[in-house]
Design a protein. Structure first.
Length: 366
């Protein structure tokens, strides 16, 4: 069985690392399975990309497309064109795509046009916000896929509401659990403290801001930083910030006094920051789950989340960029009523997603 794995964003590198390690393990036991990796370059930063591949020990991509920093249409179109050429040449049994990026959508469209089956990892997630490009990407990819691997029961229910049992391609769908749980279990033993951090356990709040709806909207961005400045009077805040966002902040004279800005960190350093923080404030999708896996409460500065189980279990509060809501959420999570016992429910599986996914694909393709 030959798989072509398509990745392009750094969270996808992390998810793919777990799958690749399991493939290598199966090869060692004599299974007829091979993997070809395509890196579209959607999130291209030479130093950060090399860091992720080296520290996670991911097999080097056979193909690097270097397609990033473009509008959605141009980026996705160029990816489809290049991925199609590779798929014709490689002729895999199926492709594997992750999540909801332009790389995900491009891979799904290219494969479907060539009648190559698609395995979509993180299927069934819905934020119900069609203004988000990610929502459109995940819905279209789900509809094109032959194998839909869902991270939770709620994701299965979302697909059932959309009538998956009546879709024309008769797809198979499974609750595989969340592959990010595999990654946390795999790498947390190797986590390392960033060199520029002097704090210890539970002495800081970890914050990340990267979504375009926040960074490209100066009203929202100012509101976020006003909230963070107020919070920083009582809590130390560490904010790993991409140079592009930092440039926006400085160009618009946004006050970040009281907040420790640091350069982007590798995955092993990010796990350390998460594991040693007291609360997480983020607009990231993946970080919401990683906070849960490491038993940290999360404040999500977006108008909605696709990880609704966390909200239902009062482990995550969605505040948008409202100063009042952010402060109230922080007060709620800081109260003595909340403890790590709230995290005992196993919402996203036991950390065996890679194993389950490959078992199902081997059943199909031998």
């Amino acid at each position: 069985m030959k798989i072509v794995t398509i990745i392009g964003a750094r969270p996808q590198f992390i998810k793919a690392s777990s799958l690749s390690k399991k493939i290598i393990e199966l090869q060692g036991s004599g299974k007829d399975i091979s993997e070809v990796i395509i890196n579209t370059g959607q999130h291209y930063d030479k130093n950060m990309n090399e860091l992720f591949f080296s520290e996670l020990q991911i097999p080097k991509p056979k193909y690097n497309l270097n397609i990033g920093g473009l509008t959605h249409g141009v980026m996705t179109g160029r990816m489809i064109e290049e991925i199609e050429k590779i798929l014709i040449n490689e002729n895999p049994e199926c492709i594997v795509v992750f999540g909801d990026t332009n790389s995900t959508l491009a891979g799904a469209i290219a494969a479907s046009k060539l009648n190559i089956e698609i395995a979509h990892i993180e299927s069934g997630l819905r934020s119900n916000n069609f203004a988000m490009p990610e929502e459109l990407n995940r819905i279209i990819t789900d509809r094109l896929s032959s194998f839909l691997f869902c991270p939770s029961n709620k994701a299965i229910l979302n697909l059932k509401k959309e009538g998956i049992d009546h879709w024309c391609q008769n797809p198979k769908y499974y609750n595989s659990g969340d592959i990010m749980k595999d990654c946390i279990e795999l790498y947390r033993q190797y986590m390392k403290k960033p060199t520029n951090i002097d704090l210890d356990n539970n002495e800081f709040i970890l914050c990340t801001i990267h979504r375009a709806e926040n960074t490209n909207n100066l009203l929202k961005l100012n509101e976020i930083f006003e909230s963070l400045r107020n919070i920083s009077k009582f809590h130390y805040i560490i904010l790993p910030l991409h140079p592009r966002t930092k440039k926006i902040i400085k160009a618009n004279n946004i006050d970040y006094s009281g907040i420790q800005l640091i350069d982007p960190v590798g995955y092993l350093e990010m796990i350390w920051l998460l594991n040693n923080s007291k609360i997480v404030i983020t607009d990231s999708g993946g970080l919401q789950k990683e906070a849960y896996f490491l038993k940290k409460f999360c404040i999500t500065i977006r108008s909605e989340t696709e990880w609704t189980e966390l909200v239902d279990h009062k482990l995550n509060i969605v505040t948008d960029t409202s100063k009042d809501k952010i402060v109230k959420a922080l007060e709620y999570f800081s109260s003595t009523k909340n403890s790590v016992e709230n995290f005992e429910d196993n919402l996203y599986g036991p950390g065996r997603a890679s194993e389950i996914i490959l078992d199902k694909l081997l059943e199909r393709y031998g």
